[in-house]
Design a protein around this ligand. Structure first.
Ligand SMILES: Cc1ncc(C[n+]2csc(CCOP(=O)(O)OP(=O)(O)O)c2C)c(N)n1
Ligand SMILES: [Mg+2]
Length: 191
């Protein structure tokens, strides 16, 4: 499975739901798959994609999807522990696992030498986990996750790195402005 076709699939299944994307290829391919104001690209922000998605999930009842990368999650594994502790029901993390730090030259990451992020998630108390390596299984896993009232969901999607088309960096301020303007029914402090 390639990240781009996986991204197209997730975008189709997401409907109106916000998608937060990891820096580099994950954001670039989300852009190419279909830019929408509910895409929150985290350019330059290594390791914080799923942390930002966790914060969003805790602030709204909408389904929130994080499209993270193996290298970034490895760099900030505490994110997985925080998701396991907070257990937001409306958060689905998909990790595009190409077993490398793709953007910086394709160096082999720890998932290429035995680290199993699904097991890490399990050990942090996240029970709805899957590892998939083809589009059919990804579709089943993401559909089930988005329909489930019992997140968080954690899906490791093993992908073949096939290169990617980059886009000019998107200004974080514009991403935030566009994104906020689409947000419906934010939870108020004290709710
Ligand atoms: C704090 C920090 N360290 C290093 C970098 C450089 N950097 C940018 S992307 C990247 C690799 C990210 O790997 P992964 O999350 O697996 O995504 P992939 O490129 O494989 O899609 C690195 C090391 C950075 N942007 N920020
Ligand atoms: Mg990677």
């Amino acid at each position: 499975m390639r990240r781009f076709e996986g991204t197209q699939l997730v975008l189709r299944l997401a409907g109106h739901s916000p998608i937060v994307s990891n820096l580099g290829p994950s954001s670039d391919e989300l852009w190419h798959a279909g830019h929408r104001d509910r895409n929150f690209y985290t350019y330059g922000n290594m390791g914080l994609c799923s942390s930002i998605a966790l914060g969003m999930a805790m602030a709204t009842d909408e389904q929130i999807i994080s499209l993270d990368g193996d290298g970034s999650l490895l760099m900030n594994m505490g994110t997985i522990a925080s998701i396991g502790r907070e257990k937001p029901k409306n958060l689905t993390v998909v990790v595009w696992d190409n077993e490398q730090w793709g953007q910086t030259g394709g160096q082999t990451s720890h998932t290429g030498t035995g680290t199993d992020l699904e097991q890490v998630a399990q050990s942090c108390g996240i029970t709805n986990t899957k590892t998939v390596s083809d589009l059919e299984d990804l579709e089943a896993a993401v559909s089930e996750a988005l329909a489930s009232p019992d997140g968080p969901n954690f899906i490791v999607a093993k992908i073949e790195e096939a290169g990617y088309r980059s886009v000019a960096p998107v200004e974080p301020e514009f991403t935030l402005y566009r994104f906020r303007n689409t947000f419906v029914e934010p939870r108020q402090p004290g709710d």
